[in-house]
Design a binder for this molecule. Structure first.
Ligand SMILES: Cc1cc2nc3c(=O)[nH]c(=O)nc-3n(C[C@H](O)[C@H](O)[C@H](O)COP(=O)(O)OP(=O)(O)OC[C@H]3O[C@@H](n4cnc5c(N)ncnc54)[C@H](O)[C@@H]3O)c2cc1C
Length: 459
């Protein structure tokens, strides 16, 4: 029976277009490039392949529908932030590479906006910037050390440290002690972007098969129940966390669940109490991430972690929603904005994101097997996927993009541990980070195992 795809996120429901799948692959076919995955990664790769070599035969194979994965469900942050902090990037790859990676992220945000305009994708792209708030005195040092890392890398010109008053002028949130603002960053409608991108790919001659699970892959071919897609120039694995369902990639990523709850549209009176006229993407520096977006129709989207890690890296629709976390998120909205007590929440949804063992996304193209892959955004793939798709399209066709030397290029992350160690450590870490956050918020000393957790979680 066909799933009702509109139930997987507010964004898919809000599209106002038919989600009837495109026809599946019905028989074997020959193409130049065959791509697994109809999310941003697969579609950006297809887009840039066709942009630069319009005669290429490019096919995208999607198990469900375009935008079924995280690309149709995310928080809409199109951000210059990278999964690793500026300081961690600098430590791991040196100042020059860290700077290049962060500049490329900044450029990716601009490029997403540019393509939306060029291809008339009405993704509600809004360049409001990113505002990181220190909620509580304990979060102030984090903001200062982030700014210091940008200063060392010569990137601080686009960042502004804000006093409590300056932060509060932008948005009125409880317990704010300061902030860090950058104008680089946008919010967008994730599903409009992914569905619009699919149409742009088709308009350039690409073919998209939906309801077509790839059951196996090998050099030069993607295997499906309907037939084989044979590809002369290469295959691309762009299934993000779902790639872990292939035995050979089972430990390449770890599924971590992310969850969002959405309020009803606020009234003008409610908005005037909160401010937030700039529509910045807002977050705090909590370990257990929280982030907020103001939607185009005047709702507050509040995102956080989702269901705890499930043994064996299990991924099921049931894990998308975790009731205790939904309640925690809804309580947090009122803690942040007490004037919203009694606000109605209309939607909650979630999904898995792909965590690489070393927190670094990886784009690879093996010239021998001609297998390309993009994976491991740690839940920060909206802008990063544009960068990765551009890079991979260049690697496949041999066209220089200037991105080849970035730290994420031509690399592979180490595998995760085998079970049951994986489950034991990940569940411990998820609990420990939450206890560290809760102790800090209650003004209590760090839990006695905080150093152990921070050691295990270093990357
Ligand atoms: C709740 C949530 C909030 C998020 N918020 C943000 C945010 O605000 N900002 C940000 O930058 N990032 C965010 N992310 C992460 C971001 O959405 C992802 O990093 C990004 O969408 C990944 O794109 P992708 O194309 O690589 O993967 P996906 O969008 O997951 O696409 C992969 C596709 O491959 C298909 N597929 C899988 N296996 C097969 C197979 N065997 N055969 C055929 N097809 C297959 C899937 O059905 C899926 O459609 C969030 C993610 C979630 C879940």
């Amino acid at each position: 029976m066909m799933r009702d795809y509109s139930t997987f996120s507010f964004w898919l429901e809000d599209l106002g277009e038919s989600l009837t799948p495109r026809p599946p692959l019905a028989s074997s076919a020959d193409v130049d490039v065959a791509i697994l995955g109809g999310g941003y990664s697969g579609l950006w790769t297809a887009y840039y392949l066709l942009l630069h070599e319009p005669t290429l035969r490019v096919a995208v194979v999607e198990k469900e529908i375009v935008g079924f994965g995280a690309s149709g469900r995310n928080g809409g942050w199109c951000s210059p932030k990278f999964p690793l902090t500026a300081g961690a990037l600098e430590k791991r790859f040196g100042a020059e590479s860290a700077r290049a990676q962060l500049l490329a992220m900044r450029a990716a945000v601009v490029e997403v906006g540019r393509v939306c305009a060029e291809e008339t994708i009405d993704a509600q792209f809004h360049s409001g910037g990113i505002l990181t708030l220190a909620r509580g005195e304990h979060q102030v040092p984090g903001i200062h050390s982030t700014y210091a890392a940008y200063e060392r890398l010569g990137l601080a010109d686009r960042y502004q440290l804000l006093s409590r008053e300056e932060a509060t002028e932008r948005i009125r949130v409880t317990d704010v002690h300061g902030g860090l603002y950058t104008p680089d960053g946008a919010s967008l409608h994730p599903a409009r972007l992914v569905r619009g991108l699919a149409r742009a790919v088709e308009a350039r001659g690409g073919v998209i098969y939906e309801q077509t699970p790839v059951t196996d892959f090998r050099p030069g071919s993607l295997v499906t129940a309907g037939g084989e897609l044979r590809a002369k120039r290469g295959i691309v694995l762009a299934g993000e966390v779902y790639l872990t369902r292939f035995p050979q990639l089972h430990r390449a990523l770890l599924p971590a669940y992310s969850l969002i709850s959405l309020t009803e549209p606020l009234t003008a009176a409610q908005w005037s109490q909160i401010g937030w006229q700039g529509g910045e993407n807002v977050a705090s520096t909590r370990n257990t991430v929280v982030y907020l977006t103001k939607t185009a129709d005047g709702r507050i989207l509040f995102g956080s972690r989702g269901a705890p890690y499930a043994f064996g890296s299990k991924i099921t629709d049931k894990q998308d929603i975790h009731e205790a976390t939904v309640k925690m998120i809804q309580r947090s909205v009122v803690e942040w904005f007490p004037s919203l007590a009694g606000i109605r929440f209309t939607h909650a949804w979630g999904g898995p994101v792909g965590m690489p063992r070393d927190w670094m996304p990886a784009v690879r193209f093996d010239a021998g097997s001609r297998i390309g892959s993009i994976m491991g955004y740690t839940g920060q793939g909206v802008s990063t996927s544009n960068l990765c798709g551009r890079l991979l399209a260049g690697l496949i066709t041999g066209r220089q993009t200037g991105l080849e030397k970035l730290p994420l290029a031509q690399r592979r992350s180490p595998n995760w541990e085998r079970e049951p160690l994986r489950w034991l450590v990940v569940r411990y870490m998820q609990g420990a980070y939450l206890r560290i956050d809760e102790a800090a918020e209650a003004g209590q000393p760090k839990p006695i195992d905080a150093r152990l957790a921070e050691f295990l979680g270093r990357h």
